[in-house]
Design a protein around this ligand. Sequence first.
Ligand code: SAM
Length: 275
Amino acid sequence: MSFDGLPPLREVIRAHGLFAKKALGQNFLFDLNLTAKIARSAGGLEGVTVIEVGPGPGGLTRALLSEGASKVIAIERDERCLSALAEISERYPGRLEVIPGDALKTDFAALVAGVSPVKIVANLPYNVGTELLVRWLTVEPWPPFYESLTLMFQREVAERIVAQPGDSSYGRLGVLAGWRTEARIVFDVPPQAFTPPPKVTSSVVHIVPRTNPLPVDGARLARVTEAAFGQRRKMLRQSLKSLGGEALLEKAGIDPTRRAETLSIEEFVRLAQCI
Ligand code: SAM
């Protein structure tokens, strides 16, 4: 038995036949001390409704509940996990809602309409992690429906999220995250903490929305950063040709011979406002 009276995760996996499927980005965490550390990185959870994407066998779910989340709404695509999650629901009556389905097809804001505060905490499947993050960063209205995001990514993706102008990993993710949020890497998790171990180190990132980000349409900002970083070694007059090239840069007051990685977030916002 574990601290919460439920069986250890290795036993859960065996009992429910949950061998990991690569196509679903399944790298499970079995160490309940580690899942508790991730849950605590989200700040206090007392009275908080948590959205979790991909609970799998429920290691992080159990930590979120034992750390005091008033409710966890968990979206899981793999039906094999549902019976294991049902045992957690029984242990925490009325506090775990499992939604079978694809997180990419989920309207997260609608799930928690009228509910506050909400935090999103997840050990994300790597194949959909970036896509979900971009959606959460570009959601309307702002401030968003969530108070914070506490998410596990591959270290390399985490570095792109927190990157500053001039960093080699500065790009679309860094601009979107820096524009609307304050993001920081909380700690690294080595491959051997997962079953099966991924090839690379992972990091937990904590992201808090800014209340008053510079006003600009997120879709436009995404377009301009995509174009600029799509050809990151080229001068902006070349990489932004399809969006107006030199005329656009002149309107925004930006030297057309500069390269994307030298532009501050404010300058990207100015460009997006001008297209
Ligand atoms: N939270 C568990 C843990 O920490 O051990 C599992 C994490 S594992 C990295 C990712 C989980 O996301 C898997 O359980 C997988 O089945 C689920 N998943 C993959 N794609 C998904 C999707 N599109 N929507 C919802 N869940 C998904």
